[in-house]
Design a protein around this ligand. Structure first.
Ligand SMILES: Nc1ncnc2c1ncn2[C@@H]1O[C@H](COP(=O)(O)OP(=O)(O)O)[C@@H](O)[C@H]1O
Ligand SMILES: N[C@@H](CCC(=O)OP(=O)(O)O)C(=O)O
Length: 360
């Protein structure tokens, strides 16, 4: 485990609820005081907390036949107030100010939203205020939804340039089989050089979880590839964050690769957030994927699709429709259409803002 200065702590729904579905206030209090200890020790912490639907579900009973989307919206909108009030009370008792940030996938897709959100979270951290982030479940339905809050936490860690992502769930980490099976062993370390461990993971989810261990694993691997160390640990364990501080935590630790710069971290998560598609010819592909770092020039572009602005993410494909990478557009789709195929024009994607999939 490495030292940490800026970290994102994600708390899963199950950590905050008891097996009977009622909120586990003792657990919450315990975690709050340990988060406070992390902040007091000089770390910058952003908290991604699930629990809105679980808190809503246990306080508002709804008719069984009600549309599941309405149910989720009602539970999330009523439960989020309870969740944040609880945090407000617990952190307030310790003199720690908090802020609530509710986001959607669109906020990560649109460069302006993204920068507003990033600036806001950084300003809060700068002022010693703890941002508590959750998905805006009332407006995010189907394709607008994050896979789960592990994805949101991973995006947040990339956004604020965190060195550490701590995913707290109801098991000690990834096991070699069903965690309840005494024959299963905890996988203590995952490194990019090691064989895949995803085959061990079953699609089972805990009682209130959404994504399950498979998304946790996928997000942890992605974050580690960008240079963020990731720990999957048991949020129900007494002193979990104190053990993290002491580097003695039982967990699955993902060894980070060399850290990528902030823009690349944002781009790497852009696979579902791009606004336009650029098709490039063979020569341009060879140039981008060669060992010499090069920008994407209009001369190599053969098609521009979608409506994007300066700063938006674009997906780059080759002539065979294969995905080559993601880039940040230096100008609009309209101008890109005009310059397409022309020599001696300014790059559409600068090499500092180019993420190639093969490099993952
Ligand atoms: N190999 C595995 N190791 C650990 N947990 C696993 C594995 N396969 C499936 N799981 C399940 O993943 C669950 C945690 O994911 P999830 O329900 O999404 O939690 P959270 O609500 O904390 O996000 C565990 O409770 C466990 O049942
Ligand atoms: N936004 C939802 C969280 C959904 C979710 O991803 O839950 P989990 O798998 O427990 O992290 C809520 O607050 O209920």
């Amino acid at each position: 485990m490495l030292d940490s200065k800026t970290l994102v702590v994600k708390i899963g729904s199950n950590v905050l609820t008891q097996s009977n579905g009622l909120p586990d206030l003792d657990r919450m209090k315990h975690l709050v005081s340990q988060i406070q200890d992390l902040i007091t020790s000089g770390k910058k912490v952003a908290l991604v907390s699930s629990g809105a639907v679980a808190f809503g579900r246990q306080s508002i009973s709804l008719p069984g036949g009600l549309n599941p989307v309405f149910k989720k919206q009602i539970w999330a909108s009523t439960g989020q107030i309870r969740l944040i009030n609880q945090y407000q009370e617990l952190f307030g008792n310790l003199g720690q100010p908090i802020a609530q940030i509710l986001v959607t996938k669109e906020d990560f897709r649109d460069r302006k939203h993204y920068l507003n959100m990033k600036n806001c979270v950084e300003a809060l951290l700068q002022q010693g205020i703890l941002p508590i982030i959750n998905e805006n479940d009332t407006v995010t339905i189907t394709e607008l939804m994050f896979t789960d809050n592990d994805e949101l936490a991973s995006l947040t860690a990339a956004m604020i340039n965190a060195d550490t992502l701590l995913l707290l769930t109801n098991v000690d980490g990834i096991f070699t089989g069903n965690p309840a099976d005494p024959g299963s062993e905890l996988i203590e370390k995952v490194a990019s050089s090691m064989p895949e461990v995803s085959s061990y993971i079953s699609a089972t989810k805990s009682a209130f979880g959404r994504g399950g261990m498979l998304t946790k694993y996928a997000m942890a691997k992605k974050s580690a590839s960008l240079g963020i160390q990731v720990l999957i640990a048991n949020g129900k364990r007494e002193g979990v964050l104190t053990e993290f501080q002491n580097k003695s935590l039982r967990c699955t630790w993902f060894e980070p690769n060399k850290s990528k710069h902030a823009a690349i971290k944002w781009l790497a998560h852009g696979a579902h957030y791009y606004k336009g598609e650029i098709t490039i010819n063979k020569g341009a592909k060879e140039s981008l994927t060669s060992s010499v770092i090069r920008s994407l020039l209009p001369v190599g572009i053969i098609e521009v699709k979608g409506d994007f602005s300066k700063g938006d993410i674009v997906l780059i494909r080759d002539e065979d429709h294969k995905k080559v990478g993601l880039g940040r557009a230096e100008y609009t789709s309209k101008l890109a259409q005009e310059l397409m195929g022309l020599k001696n024009q300014k790059p559409l994607v600068h090499y500092d803002y180019l993420y190639l999939f093969d490099h993952e």
